[in-house]
Write a protein that binds this ligand. Structure first.
Ligand SMILES: C[S@@+](CC[C@H](N)C(=O)[O-])C[C@H]1O[C@@H](n2cnc3c(N)ncnc32)[C@H](O)[C@@H]1O
Length: 293
């Protein structure tokens, strides 16, 4: 732990615990219940190797290969963004919106997703697609990403949670494939009821402001969207407007300074109603939701 502290690793106690639990293959309860346990030399060497890499800037999650999101454990590799807690607000907002629609439509507020078509744009580890597919067991889920390596991780996460057959993973830019579907496939141009996305939203000009762990280790295509970080929102909102059913819901994660830009896009197009903004636990406007008018 001292090496992590001296290396200025944030949350160094937690990092030390997670790395040791990973090497020993145990949980926290076992770790604290067995203070007398001697660690065998091979395991100790492995642990100190991981500590050195953590001090060198590699995020703990890439060393342990996992991160929890929405109460589920996800595999993460350096091909995918590490799922963040604030992204869980996307799921909360999406589920709340679907529930409200059911009530408005006079249906019972059953949230099994029967008949719903859902898309997750820029799925990365698959955390949003998998969490939604678990919460809406009757929904059909589509998840896109431009990174084939990320999609491989997302597919493994879907399999890990027993829903590999419920999510269609597609390599493409945004939702392009639904505008020009290959003939005779399941990718019909039927509209969606819900589109969610946590797109890249950091500006290249802001790269130096990112923590070293993020800047040097997380995939650039998951972080950056042009010079100002706003490049993805406009085409994504345009595509969503064409692909959502009337009343269909778009839920977007926002960069810390993206609200004005995204709200401006949605308001200017006049194609949206019931626009709402949800703050994260730090008070930052984090999620914008809107319904196709
Ligand atoms: C911020 S990460 C989000 C990953 C995951 N949804 C999450 O919340 O942890 C953005 C993801 O979008 C993908 N991406 C970037 N540009 C894209 C594009 N034009 N079309 C589709 N996916 C894109 C990246 O490869 C990355 O996996």
């Amino acid at each position: 732990m001292a090496r992590l502290r001296e290396g200025s690793v944030p949350s160094h106690t937690l990092a030390a615990e997670l790395l040791l639990m990973h090497v020993l293959g145990c949980d926290r309860a076992w770790l604290y219940a067995h203070p007398e346990e001697l660690v065998d030399p091979g395991k100790a060497e492995e642990y100190f190797g991981l500590v050195a890499r953590r001090v060198g800037g590699v995020p703990t999650q890439y060393l342990t290969g996992r991160q929890e999101f929405w109460g589920l454990e996800f595999e993460v590799t350096s091909d995918v963004l590490i799922p963040r807690p604030e992204t869980e607000h996307v799921i909360e907002v999406a589920l709340a919106r679907i529930g409200q629609q059911n009530l408005r439509g006079g249906q019972r507020p059953a949230l099994d997703g029967a008949g719903l078509r859902v898309a997750d744009v820029g799925t990365g580890s698959g955390c949003l697609a998998v969490a939604l597919a678990r919460e809406l067991p009757q929904a059909q889920v589509f998840a896109t990403d431009i990174s084939p390596a990320a999609l491989a991780v997302a597919r493994r996460n879907a399999a890990r949670h027993g829903i590999a057959d419920r999510i269609h993973f597609i390599e493409c830019n945004l939702l392009d494939v639904f505008f020009d579907p290959p003939p005779a496939t399941h990718l019909s141009s039927l509209p969606f009821d819900l589109i969610v996305s946590n797109p890249p939203y950091v500006g290249r000009s802001e790269a130096e402001l990112l923590p070293r762990e993020v800047r040097e280790h997380e995939p650039a295509e998951a972080l950056f969207a042009g010079e100002r970080g706003c490049e993805i929102y406009e085409p994504l909102i345009g595509q969503a407007q064409q692909l959502l059913v009337p009343g269909g819901v778009l839920v977007l994660e926002l960069g810390y300074n993206a609200l004005e830009h995204v709200d401006g896009l949605v308001t200017a197009s006049r194609g949206w109603s019931r626009i709402s903004v949800t703050q994260d636990l730090a008070g930052i406007p984090r999620v914008l939701a809107a319904e196709r008018a």
